[in-house]
Ligand binder design. Structure first.
Ligand SMILES: *Cc1c(COP(=O)(O)O)cnc(C)c1O
Ligand code: SF4
Length: 345
């Protein structure tokens, strides 16, 4: 495990930009797993894996309109540990600890502050909220990374949630399979298997095809073989995956390994992350190109989580050009015109 610049220097020849990163109250700690380090091309200063975990001075700069909490999550939090933005689902911040800290993390206001797991009181608060709000059908176990919690803690947490709301669909949101696949043990899987009453979904974060190693794929397969479908949420990251070939390979490889590409997120306006954001025009062009190259199954939804808590919206160019007396006027993906009339009665 690597936790400091000093240790990083033993593995990599650091660039000026990396060496001048400064720890600050707003910054995420350094934490890189040995496993992830082993995947890196140590001779390439622009390695897409290196970019995701080695900090640079760019993190210490604040670009216009950047904010520590651009999604206004704090405002939408009935307690410090959960966010209720959409009527039928909530996000539970189970811990602020991760197995590895991503330099592009959008929840850095919370992540890596060494607060640790939620307390018994936090669990009780969440459960009584669930009991009072039967409209909540899904819960996202997020953070931080929920799989940094121990098997016994997870078992306890899930029993409480299931008791409060027996049919609750639980999403396990984690980057663990990509950064420390050894954590996915049979005993971890048996925790989920012991709650067969309602479904779990695994929500992974693979951002680059090289993260889909044999061990990462095997770790994910343990969930899928246990009846837990896997969905992937990637972040569109400059210098990591902002080209059609890389995204095409990533999405096809996900589908091949039974992981459905779910979202491709435009970078949020989080303090210190401008270096990772891709201009929207480029993102839209990538989306258009991917839609031509990928099957419907392999195509993720390109989306932005709008500033000031505006919520998630899909991003794509319009295929509808207008409407005349004949019906709706469409443009096909290879730019031909088609008319689609509404029903006449
Ligand atoms: C993204 C998010 C969800 C889940 O949204 P889906 O579009 O259903 O994946 C739920 N709650 C919060 C606070 C979120 O940010
Ligand atoms: S695993 Fe998730 S919460 Fe943790 S640093 Fe990465 S993006 Fe942030």
């Amino acid at each position: 495990m690597i936790t400091s610049i000093q240790q990083l220097k033993k593995h990599l020849t650091l660039t000026e930009e990396e060496l001048s990163w400064k720890e600050s109250p707003n910054s995420l700690p350094i934490l890189i797993t040995d496993y992830y380090m082993s995947l890196m091309d140590k001779t390439d200063i622009n390695d897409p894996l290196r970019r995701q975990c080695v900090p640079t001075a760019a993190e210490n700069r604040t670009a216009g309109l950047e904010d520590p909490d651009p999604l206004a999550e704090v405002e939408h939090s009935p307690s410090s540990r959960f966010i209720h933005r959409y009527k039928n689902r909530i996000a539970l911040l189970t811990t602020d600890v991760c197995a590895q800290y991503c330099r592009h993390c959008f929840r850095r206001r919370f992540t890596g502050n060494l607060m640790g797991p939620l307390t018994e009181e936090d669990i009780r608060d969440c459960c009584s909220y669930l009991e009072k709000h039967p409209e909540i059908k899904e819960i996202l176990l997020t953070g931080g990374d929920v799989l940094t919690l121990s098997d016994s803690f997870l078992h306890h947490l899930i029993s409480c949630l299931r008791k409060a709301s027996p049919a609750l669909v639980i999403r396990i949101c984690t980057r663990m399979v990509a950064v420390n696949p050894d954590r996915i043990t049979d005993s971890l899987i048996s925790v989920f298997k012991s709650f067969p009453e309602a479904p779990f979904y695994l929500m992974t974060q693979f951002n680059h095809p090289r993260e889909l190693t044999e061990s990462a794929v095997k770790a994910t397969a343990k969930f899928i073989d246990a009846g837990i479908p896997a969905m992937n949420q990637s972040v569109l990251l400059r210098g990591v995956n902002d080209n059609a070939d890389t995204l095409e390979e990533l999405c096809n490889s996900l589908v091949f390994n039974r992981i459905k590409p779910y979202y491709l997120f435009q970078g949020d306006l989080v303090t210190g992350t401008e270096t990772f954001r891709v201009p929207l025009e480029k993102g839209l062009a990538l989306e258009k190109e991917l839609r031509k190259r990928l099957s419907g199954l392999a195509m993720p939804l390109y989306a932005a989580d709008l500033p000031q808590g505006g919520g998630k919206v899909p991003l794509c160019g319009s295929y509808i050009e207008g409407k005349d007396e004949r019906g709706w006027i469409f443009r096909t993906s290879d730019n031909q015109k088609r008319i689609y009339p509404d029903p006449q009665e």
